[in-house]
Design a protein around this ligand. Structure first.
Ligand code: FES
Length: 147
């Protein structure tokens, strides 16, 4: 019975992670545009909305932000650089986020974890860039597939 309950919880979390980000904005007032640059210099114009989690939004637009732990603050594969003009508009990183970032390769002073960024109207025009590489904490080479 306990195992069934745990399985149910896992299924629910898989179903709901990122579901909101697949909904289109209901009005232009809700729209928050983001430009994501990848390590090869490609730019992706991502049309998000207030409340979107940047990691899940990036997955919807097929941007290569990995997010191995599904936003549970247990990896650094959603590492990004935030354009300096937007850095102060973000809430301060928590201690856990800071600790994880300390383990991220190619760390910079404008590094953040993409899964911790929730869009609001002030962030319209946000520019972020993916680092040259991220570090996956899985020791067996496993790469989780997006939900
Ligand atoms: S996806 Fe793992 S910390 Fe962001």
């Amino acid at each position: 019975m306990k195992n069934l309950f745990i399985l149910l919880l896992v299924c629910l979390s898989v179903t709901f992670h990122g579901e909101y980000e697949w909904q289109d904005p209901k009005s232009e007032e809700e729209v928050v545009n983001v430009v994501v640059g990848d390590k090869d210099g490609n730019k992706f114009n991502v049309r998000g909305k207030i409340g979107d989690n940047l990691l899940y939004l990036s997955k919807r637009f097929e941007v290569q932000m990995e997010g191995a732990c599904e936003a549970s603050l247990a990896c650094t594969t959603c590492h990004i650089y935030v354009d300096h003009e937007f850095l102060d508009l973000l809430p301060e990183a928590t201690e856990t986020e800071e600790d994880l970032l300390d383990q991220a390769p190619f760390l910079k002073e404008n590094s953040r974890l993409g899964c911790q960024i929730i869009l609001n109207k002030q962030l319209d025009g946000l520019k972020v860039t993916l680092p040259a590489a991220t570090k996956n904490f899985y020791v067996d080479g496993h790469k989780p597939t997006p939900h």
